[in-house]
Design a protein around this ligand. Sequence first.
Ligand code: NDP
Length: 296
Amino acid sequence: MSAQRLDGKACANEVEAELLGRVAALTKDNLQPHLAVIIVGDDPASHVYVNSKVRTCERLGIRSTHIGLPADTEEATVRGHILALNAQEDVHGILVQSPLPKHMDEEALTDLINPSKDVDGFHPQNLGRLVQGRTDGMLPCTPSGVMRMLRWANIDLEGKRAVVLGRSRIVGMPAALLLAAKGADATVTVVHSRTDDAEAICREADIVVAAVGRANMVTSSWIKPGAIVVDVGINRVDDATRERGWRLAGDVHPEVEERASWLSPVPGGVGPMTIAMLMENTVRAAETMLTADTKA
Ligand code: NDP
C-alpha cells in the first residue's frame, strides 16, 4: 500500500481562493486586512517563514507591515511595538515571530497582544475559548491547518482513536483539543517525552499527529496499517547530496508511506496550511472589526 498524499499545498490553494473573495468584499467596504509581523534577531529559518507570510499577504491583497529588530533589542521595545499596534485601528492582526531571543519572555509578550488581533491564536483568552470547546474564534494556525487538511481529504474523525505526539502550547495541546472537540469527535491520547511506551500507544491509533521535532522518529512499527498520519515536524538534517548541505525532514520516517492510508509530506504538508490559516485569521479579524464598526 502507498499512502495517499495529504496535500497541504493543494488544500492551502483552496483556502487562498476562498480568502481572495473575502478580501475583495472587505476592500469594497474600504477595509484592507492588515497583518503586522514583528521579528527579532536574525534566525535564518524565522526570516524564511516571515518572508513567506509576507509574500502570501501580497498574493491575497492583505497589507503587511514587517517590523525587524536586532537580536539585542530590549523586551520593553517589543512591548512598545505591540502596544502601539494594538492601538492602531487599521491593524487587524499582530504576530510576534517565534523563537524570540533568550532574554525575552515570549509568553508575557503574547499576553500583551489584543486577543482580537491575536492571529497566532496563542493568547490565553483564545486558548481558553478553545479549552471551553468554542472553536469559532482565533485558533492556533498549525493545529487548525491540520484539521482543515483532514476535512479537505474527507476524513471522518468521529469515534476514531487519535494520538497526538507532543503537548506544546502551540501545536500538540491545541491539536488534541481540536480533535476531541464536538463536531470532530475523535478519542484522543496525548503522548510526550515522559510517556511510557509511546510506540505501543501510537500503534493503536487510527490517526497520528506527530509534533515532536525529532527527525524520522515515527517509523513503520509505530503505525497501524491503514492509519492516517499527519507530520507536523520540520527538522533540518544533514544531506551531503544537497548543495546547501541539509534538507528538511519531518518527524515521520518516509517508510511510513508504505503502511499509512494517508500521509502529509514535509515540506508541502502542514507548513503551507499554517500560513493559510494565519491569512484566514487575519481576514476574520478584519471582518469582525467591520461588523463591530457597523453595529456601533
Ligand atoms: P516543542 O519542542 O515545543 O514540543 C515538542 C513536544 O514533543 C513536547 O511536548 C515534548 O515533550 C515532545 N517530545 C519530545 N521528544 C519526545 C519523544 N521522544 N517522545 C514523545 N514526545 C516527545 O515543539 P513544537 O510543538 O513547537 O513543534 C513540534 C515540531 O513541529 C517541530 O519540528 C517544529 O519545527 C514543527 N512545527 C511545524 C510547524 C509547521 O508549520 N509545519 C509549525 C510549528 C511547529 P515534553 O513536553 O515532555 O518536553
